[in-house]
Design a protein around this ligand. Structure first.
Ligand code: UDP
Ligand code: MN
Length: 335
């Protein structure tokens, strides 16, 4: 019996084989991976927040995607800090917020709150701090876990270490979109001068460092003072934070690993002419607190005679809607 294959003219066979091989080599890999072999699409084509897969993989790879790394841990001010940060990031598109819990597992209340109104695409991982060398580096193991995650998922974009307690102007993120090499800039709220980082001359070239803390550092900058493309990570497996680094030297040690040659470092003039990120320390009010803020009212009702949440707060009569009531805390305590 004659098959269809047998009917293909002989002179077509070689072009068909060559064509099939070319198809396999050139076309299929682009389908198999999320990362195109062709140049990344411009930022404008990556607006939808749904372009992040379930596990955070980049479905719409872009050089200007922001990969924001945020270590976080349980404390009194965590929720208000994270609320401010989430609201800020909610204004952005083409961003992935990588939160890493300092703990054995993620915090279910934080996860529920992140999911309930996911204004920003996020992944929430856990990495417990394993202190070595008797040092007190905060957020070290969490940042390393995020770097591993970016390597593992081959996420393309601009890496920025965004601690959960700082204040971020949207202009910061706008400027970070343009980062194509390791880039440095200024951070407010640090030291006696109130700002720390590079200063430029009138031609926009590096002039000197402005710092009032440990000026002997090679790069006297804060963790929030630099950003770099994730491609650096793919080329250099040594880029990670190390426990043996001395206190205060973490940024310098890391930056030296990211880029050996200072000539290859950029300075972002816009973020040096204007301070767009501030180091902040939020202070807790002295009270206990529920981790599950969402069901606080239910807890108060359930508490009855037993544990009272906010029991030391003054109890005041309800006022008709539309009237303001000024409560004198001293009087309220007496009544
Ligand atoms: N952090 C952490 N575990 C800790 C202490 C801090 O994961 O035990 C996180 C914290 O949430 C923040 C970052 O590490 O995102 C830096 O910590 P912190 O703000 O306390 O340090 P500082 O800004 O004063 O250097
Ligand atoms: Mn901080």
């Amino acid at each position: 019996m004659k098959t269809n294959v047998a009917r293909i003219p002989r002179r077509w066979i070689i072009p068909l084989i060559v064509g099939s091989i070319l198809f396999l080599v050139l076309l299929l890999p682009a389908e198999w991976t999320n990362y195109p072999q062709t140049p990344s699409p411009p930022h404008e084509t990556c607006r939808s927040q749904l372009e992040i897969g379930e596990t955070g993989e980049s479905l719409c790879p872009s050089d200007s995607r922001l990969l924001l790394i945020t270590p976080t841990y349980e404390r009194l001010t965590r929720r208000p800090d994270l609320i401010k940060m989430k609201n800020t990031l909610g204004h952005l598109s083409d961003v992935l917020w990588i939160l890493i819990e300092d703990g054995k597992s993620i915090d279910p209340y934080t996860e529920e709150w992140l999911r309930e109104d996911p204004v920003v695409p996020f992944v929430y991982l856990a990495a417990e701090t394993h202190v070595q060398f008797n040092r007190t580096h905060r957020g070290l193991d969490q940042r390393n876990a995020a770097l591993d995650y970016i390597r593992d998922k081959k996420l393309h974009g601009v890496i920025y270490f965004a601690d959960d307690d700082n204040a971020y102007d949207l202009g910061l993120f706008k400027a970070l979109r343009g980062v194509r090499r390791l880039s440095l800039f200024d951070v407010g709220g640090i030291g006696r001068s109130g700002v720390e980082g590079p200063a430029l001359d009138k031609d926009g070239a590096f002039a000197r460092w402005v710092t009032s803390y440990a000026p002997g550092r090679r790069y006297p900058v804060d963790m929030a003072a630099f950003a770099f493309p994730s491609t650096y990570l793919f080329k250099n497996p040594d880029i990670r934070f190390k426990w043996e680094t001395h206190g205060g030297q973490m940024e310098t040690a890391f930056l030296t690993t990211v880029e050996k040659d200072p000539k290859n470092i950029d300075f972002i003039q816009e973020l040096i002419d204007h301070v767009r990120v501030f180091h902040v320390k939020t202070k807790p009010i002295r009270t206990s607190y529920p981790k599950d803020w969402a069901s606080l009212r239910q807890k108060q009702e359930d508490a009855g005679e037993g544990e009272q949440i906010g029991a030391d707060a003054p109890v005041v009569d309800p006022v008709p809607v539309g009237y303001a009531q000024v409560v004198n805390p001293d009087q309220a305590k007496k009544s």
